[in-house]
Each structure stands twice: as C-alpha cells, then as structure tokens.
Write a protein of this length. Structure first.
Length: 464
C-alpha cells in the first residue's frame, strides 16, 4: 500500500512545504538486501567501567561485515562530529552499561551519548547493553539497570530520520548468545523496530551461530500459516531467502495465490483451515510425511471482526478467538506431542513464532475479541518457553503495529492516517519488517531469546 504523504514529503517541494509547516517528514527507511553488510558505516563502542561485555562487544563489532573502510569502529573514539546525514556520520553507537552499579553511575550514559548522538547517521542505531535487573547484585544495581529502559525508550523517541534505539539485557552467563540479537539490532533488518528491550538468557540446547549468516535456515523446514498474502506471504519469502524449505498454509479459498507463492519460493502449499476439525492432525501428517518433521513454526494467520463490545455478536467473538488463539494452541500442542515415530513433529532445536499485535498489549476500541486473542498469544509464549527449553525449542511472539497490508487498507481513512503517524518513525511498517523480525527469532543463533514479545511498530505510542 502506498503512503502518499511519505512520497510527497520525500520530494523537493514536498519536503520544503513540510519543513515550513513543521509537519513530520517520514524517512525512507533503509532495509536489508541480500549481501548488504550488517553495518553501514563506522561504529563507536564503549562501556562504563567494569562492564563485563565491553571487551567481547569490541571484538564482536569489529568482526561484523561493514561498509565502512577499515574496521567496524574504534572503541572510545568520538565518531565523526558534524550534522547527521554527513557521509562520515556514525552508523551506530554501542554502549555496555553492565558496569553501572548505582544511580550515580548512570552519568556514564550522558558522558558517552551526549557528544555523539547528533552525529548519528540517518537510519543509525543506538544499542545499550545491560544486566536484567532481577539478576543484578543488589538493590542499587537493580535500580540503575532498570533505569536503562527509560533512557533507551526516550532516546528512541528523540531520534530522527529513521534511527532506532534498543536495550539488550544480557543475563550473566549468556554473553556468548548476544551475536544474533546484536546483528539484528544493528542491521537494516530491524528498520521498523525501535525502543525495544530484548532479554538474552542462557541459550537453549543446540544454539549455534549459523555457518552462513545470510542463509541461517539452510537445511531447515518451516511452516507459515496465513501465507497466501500480506505479512504471511512475505514471511514465507523471507524464510526461503534465509535457506528454509517453506510449507505455505492458508484456507482452501486462497489456493491460487498459495500455490503461486509456494512454486516461486520452492516450497509446498497446504490448503487448510486451521480451525477445521482435525486440522492439527492434517498438518502434523503433512509435515511428517513430506518433510520428516518441521523446525520453524510461524503462526501468522489471523482475522479481525471489529465492533465495540455492546454491539459485538457472539459469532464475531468466537471466530476471532478460534483463528487467532485456539487454533494456535491446538496446532502447537500437536506439533510438540510425541507422534507414531516416537518423536514430536517439531524437531529438537525448533523455533515457534506467534503473531501477536500491539492491540494485544495496549488494547484497542472495537477489538475486545482481537486484543484478547493477541494477549492470549503473549500468555502462550511466556508459559510455554520454560516448558520446551529442555528440547532446545524457543517460543516467541512478534507484535506488529501499523503494517501496510490489506488488513490496514480496510481501516477508515482518518484512523488509518493516525495509525501511520503515531510512532517514532511517523510511518507504517512494511510486511518485510515483521518478516525480518520473525526470521531473526527463527534463527538457530537466537536460542538465548525465548518467551518474549518483540514489537515491530516503529515505537508506536500505543502501549508500553
Ligand atoms: N497488518 C497489520 O497492521 C497487523 C498488525 C498487527 C498484527 N497483525 C497480525 O499479522 C497477521 C497477518 O496479518 P495481515 O495483515 O497479513 O492479514 P491478511 O488478512 O492480509 O492475511 C491473513 C491471512 O490469514 C489467512 N487465514 C485467515 N483465517 C485462516 C484460517 N482459519 N486458516 C488458515 N489461514 C487463515 C487469510 O486467508 C490470509 O491469507 C495476523 O495474525 C494479524 O492479526 C497484522
């Protein structure tokens, strides 16, 4: 779907008019293309004294593919001063805050970022690393580490021109599991993700850096529900780009589009209504018989039937809960059950990604049914994560905000325009933004991330 306002303000006269009137000018976001390096320019890495991650971070950042000549960024160097947008502007500012043990130490954030933040490039990145407050060594340290969240979310809101900010909370002992998340946060793959707190814990069994970060899903099989169009179709394409064989699932009425997609990406099509009686058995049988199991399950199929509660009939309530939540529970349970082969259909090291929504976090007028179903998915990933960790399986959710699809095209104009602009990016996201987040969570390298909800909403003002 075309954002006409963004197109208009990207042109010379449109940009001038927007500037004169003080209107927002949504940046054209840089997105990943195959072969594009993780870093688009120089990076500055530093840390508060005593930080346990500063050393490993310097090494890691220096090893990442970069478009900048020479190494990825000299730790502690000031970065190139000057206005953002200059050719030598800093691509990313990375700060290890794990050494901050009390509120006085928070001054290190100001000392590092104040002189550098204005030299951040368009679509630049700010990444702060901390310790989960519950793992801190005492109250004072917990206070200081919790403070990082307010800092990073505010930085995300202050940044302009498509730049983003993230906080990665790394549990003690999980230092080796940071790379996958750091790559995502620093790269153009996270174009529409900002103001997020990602917790990296002890990696599940079998977590390993992929041999090829451009094809992390090589040799793996994925299933994507609701794959015929919208976000699901782009998730299927993105997982195939990353090397997976993708089973594209959608209702029988969408068979044409589904087969076309499956053919194009070298996967197969499964026409199935996930709410039908026995759908879980049909899916399990298909995956076992054709693929010997599955490695990645993306629950993407979803519907809306909006009405305020007093006007919502029971059919609207039931259909939304059935597709968005009950079917997801049933399919997931079945794929985790031990089958005739003596093994579950979801193989060891599997990845489950649910598609929640910011409505499930913040609530929304006319969406009691939808928000309940999407909040239920958050409950599912949080409750299931510790149960399946022993099998090397992770389970997470993405929570899209306003994404340009047929679903949002159907929203009335005024509400649609408000939804597009009420975020730090001043624009709607693209389906590929959700797909990149799903691909990151699906990676074998992301085993330290489980039970979490990653918002893909351009730091929407709705919700926390
Ligand atoms: N578009 C957004 O802004 C947005 C925001 C938040 C969350 N989401 C979520 O993202 C997911 C995809 O959204 P979208 O905008 O691409 O929607 P969409 O309507 O374009 O696509 C949804 C797909 O799911 C399929 N589907 C519906 N019921 C099914 C069933 N019973 N069995 C199998 N397939 C079924 C549909 O046929 C369709 O192909 C949904 O879960 C939605 O709730 C979307």
């Amino acid at each position: 779907m075309v954002d006409r306002y963004q197109k208009m303000t990207a042109s010379g006269p449109g940009a001038l008019l927007a500037r004169r009137l003080g209107l927002p000018r949504p940046e054209i976001l840089e997105r990943h293309r195959p072969g594009r390096p993780v870093l688009s320019g120089p990076v500055v890495v530093d840390g508060a004294e005593g930080g346990r991650l500063t050393g490993p971070l310097r090494e890691l950042v220096a090893s990442l593919p970069s478009a900048a000549s020479g190494s990825a960024g000299s730790p502690g160097s000031p970065g190139s001063p000057g206005s953002s947008g200059s050719r030598n502007a800093t691509a990313a500012l990375v700060f290890d805050a794990t050494g901050i043990t009390g509120s006085g130490g928070l001054r290190a954030l100001h000392d590092f970022f104040h002189p550098r933040i204005r030299s951040l490039a368009p679509c630049g990145r700010v990444v702060v690393l901390g310790t989960p407050p519950e793992a801190a060594g005492g109250v004072r340290q917990a206070v200081a580490q919790r403070a990082l969240e307010g800092f990073v979310r505010s930085v995300g809101k202050e940044l302009r021109r498509g730049a983003t900010a993230h906080l990665l909370l790394v549990a003690p002992g999980a230092e080796d599991a940071v790379e996958s998340t750091l790559r995502f946060a620093l790269s153009a793959r996270s174009a529409y993700v900002s103001g997020q707190v990602v917790r990296i814990g002890q990696p599940v069994k079998g977590t390993a850096a992929p041999a090829d970060w451009e094809r992390p899903l090589e040799g793996r099989t994925a299933v994507v529900t609701g794959a015929a169009r919208g976000i699901g179709a782009v998730v299927a394409e993105t997982l195939a780009r990353d090397g997976a064989t993708v089973v594209c699932l959608d209702v029988p009425g969408q068979g044409g589009e589904l087969r076309e997609l499956a053919g194009r990406i070298g996967g197969d099509a499964l026409e199935l209504d996930i709410t039908a009686d026995g759908a879980d058995g049909v899916l399990a049988e298909h995956l076992s018989a054709r693929h010997g199991g599955v490695d990645v399950v993306v629950h993407n199929a979803g519907i809306t039937r909006d009405k305020t509660l007093g006007r919502m009939d029971a059919a609207k309530w039931d259909s939304v809960v059935a597709v968005n939540l009950t079917a997801v529970e049933r399919l997931t349970e079945r794929l985790l059950e031990t089958g005739d082969s003596g093994r579950p259909v979801l193989r060891e090291g599997g990845r489950i990604v649910c598609t929640s929504s910011i409505s499930g976090i913040a609530g929304n007028v006319g969406q009691t049914n939808y928000a309940a179903s999407k909040a239920g998915l958050i409950g599912l990933v949080q409750a299931l994560a510790p149960v399946v960790a022993g099998r090397g399986v992770t389970v997470n959710a993405v929570a899209p905000g306003f994404i340009e699809t047929r679903m949002t095209a159907a929203v009335p104009l005024f509400v649609r325009e408000a939804g597009r602009r009420m975020n730090s990016m001043k624009q709607g996201g693209q389906p590929v933004d959700v797909a990149e987040a799903v691909a990151y969570l699906a990676s074998p390298g992301s085993g330290g991330v489980s039970g979490q909800v990653l918002r893909v909403c351009g730091q929407s003002l709705l919700g926390a």
